[in-house]
Write a protein that binds this ligand. Structure first.
Ligand code: UD1
Ligand code: MG
Length: 489
């Protein structure tokens, strides 16, 4: 069993998928024994972000923080998923709306208890309600699963953590028998209570019907004039309801984000977790601190990734693939044993086995490379298919082209695919040799086995097995002399 150290990725047979079930067990609840509803508080403005983007839409690994929380939530199979929104609500809804989400507006932010009150009309009295936060993005599904199990149908389960520096947090107050009796917010706390290092993460799970009752009795006569969700703990204790404390495996699971510095910190933690999962799966990372996966990276065996690479969307690397330093790969599939040299940029491309690419190669959408294709430095390929064993090693543009097998495209060759209004295709058949500095003015076809002489501007089809050349015939003038500079008078 792999260690529980991740933020929503899966490693099975060297596969890593951020959309799949997390490590450390299968966090799927038994839906028949526990009815469970989730509410995610996401109304905070996040002033300290200094951004037009609402706080919960700020990204971790390219996905909104709230989206991470939704993903963890969905693995629990809740009966209802209610997001409490406020600031930038339209933007949040537009970004993340889905059929399984019900939205509840909290127009004025009157406290965490008030926020949950807004969700209650959308939730039933059956089973439990799990309260999560849109700005606590790295919470693991397994931790939530354990919390929900601890609550069952009749208890309150509270996620707490012991901090070296508990400043700013609500403190967990326990009695002589170590039973939780209340939560006291820092601003309302005495010196003795402030000395307590066990703090409230904010995440809790409570029986829905009881929670509804307690929320209805909340008052805001406290230091902040807010309706505190935390006050339901003392109410539960007064009603004789057991409150159990649970701790997450990792402190980073419960870290919240209020500013860009904290966002950057969680980004690195999340990336490190993903890197660790790759290492565990047998991928070689030259430096696990210098990789960014913003999507799904699926690796075969003996894959090697050098420093500074960014993977976006879905990227699949076959067995033995080597990626050089500082490559950016988005929605790319690479066949086994292909080597990619540093500084390549691939977007929406499929590359066959045993390819040799880069450095400085650019593959744009619609690129399909077969086996053993070589694409070298400063070569751009777009919407083109290149068949096996063909090469374009230096300074070329291959756009809207169909290229056969064993074709050699010389340095500086260009498919002139665009006439200023429309795009046209170039067809290059098998075994063609394209000389350097040629322009193929599309639509145009080069027949099998043809050779284009260097410098040719091809405006008509080139016949098979012939040399086609359009440059002016070379002449040499003997006895010619250079102009001589005239003396100024
Ligand atoms: C809250 C807890 C505190 C805990 C801390 C953990 C209360 C009263 N206190 O304090 O015990 O240690 O979280 O970080 O619950 N929110 C809304 N609507 C509101 C108020 C808050 O949606 O009206 C959301 C915020 O966007 C945020 C979360 O709830 O995501 C927590 O709010 P925040 O003001 O940060 O709570 P704290 O005062 O830090
Ligand atoms: Mg507050």
């Amino acid at each position: 069993m792999p260690r529980c150290r991740n933020t929503g990725i899966q490693v099975t047979n060297a596969r890593i998928s951020p959309f799949a079930v997390p490590l450390g067990g299968t966090p799927t609840l038994d839906r028949h024994s526990l009815t469970m509803q989730i509410t995610i508080l996401a109304a905070g403005q996040g002033k300290r972000m200094n951004s037009r983007l609402p706080k919960v839409l700020q990204p971790i690994a390219g996905r909104a923080m709230l989206d991470h929380v939704l993903t963890a939530s969905r693995t629990l199979g809740p009966q209802a998923l209610c997001v409490v929104y406020g600031h930038g609500g339209e933007q949040v809804r537009a970004a993340l709306d889905a059929p399984d989400i019900v939205w509840a507006e909290q127009a004025q932010q009157l406290g965490t208890g008030h926020a949950v009150q807004q969700a209650m009309p959308r939730l039933s009295d059956e089973g439990a309600v799990l309260v999560l936060y849109g700005d606590v993005p790295l919470i693991r599904a397994q931790t939530l699963h354990d919390l929900v199990a601890a609550a069952g149908n009749s208890r309150v389960a509270l996620l707490t953590v012991n901090l070296a520096n508990p400043k700013g947090y609500g403190r967990i107050v326990r009695d002589a028998n170590a039973r939780i009796v209340s939560i006291v917010e820092e601003k309302d706390a005495s010196t003795e209570i402030r000395a307590i290092r066990e703090v409230n993460t904010g995440i809790l799970c409570a029986p829905a019907a009881l929670l509804r009752g307690w929320l209805g009795r909340l008052e805001n006569n406290n230091a902040q004039g807010e309706f505190y969700l935390t006050d339901v703990i003392a109410m539960a204790v007064a009603d004789g309801i057991e409150v159990v404390g649970q701790q997450p495996l990792h402190e980073w699971e419960v870290l919240g984000v209020n500013n860009k510095a904290q966002l950057a910190e969680l980004e690195r933690i999340h990336q490190r977790n993903q890197a660790d999962a790759l290492l565990e799966a047998g991928v070689t990372l030259l430096d696990p601190a210098r990789i960014d996966i913003r999507g799904e990276l699926v690796c075969g065996r003996d894959v090697e990734i050098d420093v500074g690479c960014v993977f976006e969307g879905r990227v699949e690397l076959g067995d033995g693939v080597k990626i050089g330093a500082h490559c950016v790969l988005k929605n790319v599939k690479i066949g086994a044993d292909t080597r990619v040299a540093p500084f390549c940029h691939f977007d929406d491309a499929e590359i066959g086995v045993a390819g040799v690419l880069g450095p400085y190669a650019r593959l744009r959408p619609g690129t399909l490379l077969a086996e053993d294709v070589h694409i070298g430095n400063f070569v751009e390929v777009k919407n083109s298919q290149i068949a096996a064993h063909s090469k374009a090693n230096h300074l070329a543009y291959v756009g809207d082209a169909t290229v056969g097998s064993r074709v050699n495209i010389g340095a500086g060759a260009i498919t002139c695919n665009y006439d200023g209004a429309n795009k046209h295709r170039t067809v290059i058949e098998d075994d063609v040799f394209i000389g350097s500095d040629t322009q193929l003015v599309a639509p145009v076809r080069v027949g099998k086995g043809a050779t284009l002489g260097a410098g040719t501007t091809l405006t008509q089809d080139a016949p098979a097995d012939s040399l086609t050349i359009s440059r002016a015939r070379q002449i040499s003038l003997s006895g010619w002399s250079r102009p001589v500079k005239q003396k100024k008078t």
